[in-house]
Design a protein around this ligand. Structure first.
Ligand code: SAH
Length: 404
């Protein structure tokens, strides 16, 4: 960055396929698809892409270390990428969430990476705390300006920096930045409490998975709350009891949280305690089971009226795809086996490498093989604050099946 002016603009030309993808708005350019560069690029600098006719195609942020060599921020007519451009981009991400917050929901995603035009950068709000999570090193040299912009627009109490594992070394060695650092505002030692549709939750912002909570399942949790009255509920892969609290508030008789992590289950207990002022939550029987959920659901003799199965990503890479599809089928089959008559299965997948079609197909296959009559109630995808604008970003899917 420092000597960018002396070096002059970084100019790139791409293979025809990459040109086409970039022109249509795809945000990633892989290193092997760069045909020509006028010089070496530096981490985070602007790379200007020209097409084969030497016409401006777009602009991206360069990363010499990553297989995704350029993260596009703009394609189309030439534009000056200056402070007011970035500010307008921030404002349009915030405008997209207008109406989402309010006094009953103080936790939601403000910037969703590529899908909002900020490739590899996520900002989640938990009450007065912002969590800025970087999945790409391109933002490291620009961090100060990003933080200043967030501070000026949103005036949070603090901003927590979270770094994906792949960039922690470069962040530490070159920028003296570490995962879980408070980069602006007041210190913090533990989780932050926020509201989601009127329910209090903790988010473990300093070191929890993602940014501390799975905000992406908010709408499915709400739906589960509406289905739960009078029911016995199993929440498999419960994490901190997100689905369970909604079920309890919705009038579930009992809720079982099942997770392999004692830490997650402790958080679930604290989340129930945080909501004891809600009579239905106080009255609901809450139980925690620490076990391998794959095994537990396959062998348990218990029965439930509503079973939620929301495992972690089962395909982190393409080679794990077919194994993941059959694991989803097995999990759905186990969930169905645990259902009482008129029971409902809510099965979710967050694996980007498994398509909606493949996942829904696996769940429906399990349903057919169960030989129990069933109806499909619903299929859902991304919540409005987690938009998905290109295929690789479409990770979340969920299906609701009712069995007689
Ligand atoms: N449904 C949750 C998010 C689930 S995240 C929500 O709405 O907040 C996935 C959870 O699966 C994590 O809490 C993780 O601890 C748990 N997990 C991972 N492997 C597991 C296993 N083999 N058995 C049980 N739980 C597991």
């Amino acid at each position: 960055m420092s000597n960018q002016t002396t070096l002059g603009k970084l100019k790139l030309r791409l293979t025809p396929a990459a040109e086409k993808a970039a022109r249509s708005g795809h945000p990633w350019v892989y290193g092997e698809r760069i045909k020509e560069a006028n010089r070496d690029g530096e981490l985070g600098e602007l790379a200007v892409i020209y097409d084969r006719n030497n016409k401006f195609l777009g602009v991206g942020l360069f990363d010499p270390e990553s297989p995704i060599r350029v993260r596009m921020i703009h394609a189309g007519a030439p534009q000056t990428i200056d402070e007011s451009w970035w500010l307008a981009r921030l404002k349009s991400a915030l405008a997209r969430r207008e109406g989402l917050g309010g006094d009953q929901t103080t936790g939601y995603r403000l910037i969703s990476g590529e899908n909002d035009g900020w490739p590899g950068l996520v900002v989640d709000r938990y009450d007065q705390t912002l969590v800025l999570k970087l999945y790409s090193g391109v933002w490291l040299p620009r961090l100060e300006e990003v933080v200043n912009r967030l501070q000026a627009e949103l005036n949070p109490q603090r901003i927590v920096l979270r770094l994906s594992r792949n960039i922690q070394t470069v962040a530490q060695e070159r920028f003296r930045l570490s995962d879980g650092q408070i980069i602006r505002g007041e210190p913090l030692t533990g989780p932050v409490v926020f509201l989601e549709n009127g329910i209090r939750f903790e988010s473990e912002v300093l070191k929890g998975q993602k940014t501390g909570f799975f905000l992406d399942q908010r709408d499915n949790r709400q739906r589960v709350g509406e289905l739960a009255e009078g029911k016995s509920v199993l929440n498999a892969f419960s994490f901190s009891g997100g689905f369970s609290l909604y079920a309890a508030r919705g009038g579930a008789e009992s809720v079982t949280d099942l997770d392999i992590s004692a830490h997650a289950l402790e958080a679930a207990k604290r989340n129930f305690a945080l909501n004891e002022h809600i009579p239905a939550v106080k009255e609901c029987q809450h139980r925690c089971v620490q076990a391998d959920a794959f095994q537990w659901v396959a062998t348990s003799k218990e029965r439930f009226d509503l079973v939620i199965v929301d495992p972690p990503s089962l395909a982190k890479r393409e080679t794990e795809r077919s194994g993941a599809i059959s694991a989803y089928e097995d999990l759905a089959a186990s969930g169905i086996r645990l259902l009482n008559r008129n029971g409902i299965l809510v099965a979710a997948s967050c694996s980007a490498h498994v398509t909606p079609q493949e996942f829904f197909g696996a769940a429906l296959k399990a349903a057919q093989l169960s030989r129990r009559p069933f109806t499909e109630m619903d299929r859902t995808g991304h919540a409005p604050d987690h938009p998905a604008t290109f295929t690789e970003a479409m990770y979340l899917k969920c299906i609701y099946l009712r069995f007689t």
